[in-house]
Design a binder for this molecule. Structure first.
Ligand SMILES: [Zn+2]
Ligand SMILES: [Zn+2]
Length: 398
C-alpha cells in the first residue's frame, strides 16, 4: 500500500475548515495534517483534490440495509451488499442494526455480520464496527413499522446469547419493559452504547434507566414518548417523557433522521440547538430501498418482515405512518446543512466524530487527525461523494 498525499483540499476538521491542506496517509493511517507540505518518499501517490473538501468517512450507528438488502436477511451476501451501498454514500464505519424478529433471525444476522467483519475486505465497502442490537425489545405501543409479532420483553437467556457473540456494541431497549434494568446493566458491563427507543417511557423510568447506564435515545421524535402519550398510558398528573428527559439532561445524546421526509427544518434546527453537535448524531435509519426505485419492499427479514412502500423519498407503512428512510448519509449531511444553522464542520461532526465518540471508536476513526485510520471522503463543493477511502485504500465499486 503506497503512501497517499492529498493536496489542494479543504480538510474538514471537527472544529474548523483547513483550506489548502496537505493530508498524508501511510500504511492506512493519517500521519500528517497541515497547511505545510510534509517530506514524502518517491513512491507516494499524490491526489490533487482540485479544491474539494476532504471529509472524514461517515459513521452510521442506526442503519437497516440498502440496495435491496436488509441486514436481517441474515446472509453474508446481504450484509456485504448493504455495506457496499452505504460506502457509495460516504459511510466508512457501519453498525448493522437489528429489527424485531425471532431469536433465530437475530442470530443469523449477528453471524452474517461477524463473517463479513472478519473478512476485512476493502471490496465490502463500509467497515463493520459492531452490531446495533435494536429490535426486538420494543414497547408494544411504539413498534412503528417493525412487525409487532417480533417484539418482546428482554430475558437474560435471550440477550446473553446475543452479547456472547461479542459483536453487539450498541444496545436498545424500551425503558418501561419488565427486565429492562437487568438488560441495561448487562449492556453496561459489555461497554455498549445504551439507548432507549421504540418506547413510551416516562421521566421516572428514564431516570432509572439513566442510573443503569442508558445514555442515548434512538431517532428523536420518532417512536418515542411525549407528554400526551405518557398521559394516555399512565394517566394524570401529566408526566415528563423521553423528550423532556433528553432535553433536560446534558449527558444524554440522541440522533435525527435528516432525510427531509421525517422532520421539518425547525425540528432539525431545534435538536441541533438543544443538544449541540457533540450530543446529536445524524443517522440514516435506511432500509433496503436505498438506491432502488419506488415500490413495495419488506422492512426487516426478507421472508416475513412487514411491508412498506417507498415513494422514492421516504418509506411508508400501510397505516400511513413513516417507515424509516431510503437515503444515505451524504443526503442527511446535505439536508442538515441546508435546514439548520450548524456550520459545515459541525454537520460533518454529527455524521462522524460524535457517533464515533459515543460508540467508543473515536481513537481509531471519526475525524481527520494524525494517528487515526485514513477513512476519508473527497466531497464536491455541494457535498456530493466523489471518492471514498477506507483505511487508506480507495474503495471503488466493483
Ligand atoms: Zn426505529
Ligand atoms: Zn430503525
Amino acid at each position: 500500500m503506497p503512501p497517499i498525499l492529498f493536496t489542494n483540499v479543504t480538510a474538514i476538521l471537527p472544529d474548523r475548515l483547513l483550506p489548502s491542506a496537505f493530508v498524508l496517509c501511510q500504511k492506512g493511517r493519517l500521519t500528517w495534517v497541515s497547511q505545510k507540505p510534509p517530506k514524502v518518499t518517491e513512491d507516494v501517490e499524490v491526489i490533487d483534490g482540485k479544491g474539494r473538501y476532504l471529509s472524514p468517512g461517515f459513521v452510521d450507528i442506526h442503519v437497516h440495509g440498502g440496495d435491496g438488502h436488509d441486514f436481517m436477511d441474515g446472509s453474508a451476501d446481504a450484509v456485504r451488499g448493504a455495506c457496499r451501498a452505504h460506502a457509495r454514500h460516504g459511510t466508512t464505519s457501519i453498525f448493522p442494526t437489528t429489527t424485531t424478529g425471532s431469536t433465530n433471525e437475530i442470530h443469523a444476522m449477528l453471524s452474517a455480520s461477524i463473517t463479513v467483519q472478519r473478512e476485512r475486505a476493502l471490496c465490502n465497502g463500509a467497515r463493520i464496527e459492531g452490531v446495533h442490537l435494536y429490535g426486538p425489545f420494543f414497547a408494544e405501543d411504539k413498534v412503528g413499522c417493525h412487525s409487532v409479532e417480533g417484539r418482546r420483553s428482554p430475558t437474560a437467556r435471550e440477550y446473553l446469547s446475543y452479547f456472547e457473540t461479542g459483536i453487539v456494541r450498541i444496545s436498545t431497549c424500551a425503558a418501561e419493559l419488565p427486565g429492562a434494568t437487568e438488560f441495561y446493566r448487562e449492556a453496561r458491563r459489555r461497554r455498549c452504547l445504551i439507548t432507549c427507543g421504540h418506547s413510551n417511557a416516562s421521566w421516572p423510568e428514564m431516570a432509572a434507566a439513566f442510573k443503569n447506564g442508558m445514555r442515548h435515545v434512538d431517532h428523536f421524535w420518532c417512536a418515542m414518548s411525549n407528554v400526551s402519550s405518557v398521559r394516555t398510558r399512565l394517566g394524570v398528573p401529566m408526566r415528563g417523557s423521553m423528550l423532556e428527559f433528553v432535553l433536560g439532561n446534558s449527558t444524554m445524546s440522541t440522533e435525527v433522521i435528516a432525510d427531509g421526509g421525517h422532520l421539518a427544518p425547525e425540528l432539525l434546527e431545534f435538536a441541533y440547538r438543544m443538544k449541540g453537535a457533540s450530543r446529536l448524531c445524524l443517522v440514516t435509519d435506511s432500509n433496503r430501498a436505498l438506491d432502488l426505485p419506488p415500490g413495495r419492499y419488506r422492512f426487516g427479514p426478507r421472508e416475513n418482515g412487514s411491508w412498506f412502500r417507498s415513494d422514492g423519498k421516504v418509506g411508508w407503512a400501510p397505516n400511513g405512518s413513516l417507515a424509516s428512510s431510503i437515503m444515505g448519509m451524504d443526503h442527511m449531511v446535505r439536508q442538515m446543512k441546508r435546514d439548520t444553522s450548524a456550520t459545515l464542520p459541525e454537520v460533518i461532526r454529527m455524521a462522524s466524530l460524535t457517533p464515533a465518540e459515543l460508540t467508543g471508536i473515536s481513537k481509531r476513526t471519526g475525524s481527520i487527525a494524525v494517528g487515526k485510520l485514513a477513512d476519508l471522503l473527497l466531497l464536491s463543493r455541494d457535498l456530493k461523494v466523489k471518492r471514498v477511502f477506507v483505511a487508506g485504500q480507495e474503495w471503488v465499486e466493483q
